[in-house]
Write a new protein. Sequence first.
Length: 231
Amino acid sequence: MRVLVGCESSAVVRDAFRAMGHDAYSCDLLPCEGDPRWHFQCDVRLLLKPGMWDMFIVHPDCTFLTNSAAWAYGDGPYHQKVKPGTLVGAERRAQREIALSFVEEMLSAPVPFIALENPVGVISTQVRPASQYIDPHQYGEDASKKTGLWLVGLPNLKPTSDFPPRIVEWPKGSGKLVKRWGNQTDSGQNRLTPGDNRWQERSRTHQGVARAMAEQWGAWIASKDRGERAP
């Protein structure tokens, strides 16, 4: 297949498909962290021409699509100090509308098989419900991050191997036992140190998820092409 992975600079998903023998390319406004030979550094919409791709996977920027910082969409006054550069009020609401329009455009791209990935947020209420939600630990990764998949023409992704959590008492002294994975503190917060690249690290697709996409969807589409009954 010819596969385009949009809004990806890490090349994780792209390289998983290339490892399976597909002619896969990544595209992002940022340069590629992997081999640049199979990367387009441009607006992904420039590449979405009819007949160019068999499959399209896209990871839209989730900044204005998640449920986080819900307070910032109001007009104030705000209960906390607003960091310089943080959009609030009407400006932030306008950026959310732009982000939602981009999602709609990606889901209607002229490609027969599409998968759009994003964390839990407003896509399900403002565009359409997610086809499914997955977690990295369902695919052999020591991590937890509930993620939605919006699918066009594709079956749901099946879990592969569940990575066992550690069991901790939280809150301390409560007697309540909860599950936590390697990317989480005992309180459930992400372990990544705050910094300029934190958003990029958090948005990176886990290898186990990328491998499952390439193996399962690649085989499913191949069976469709052969006219076989899909499992």
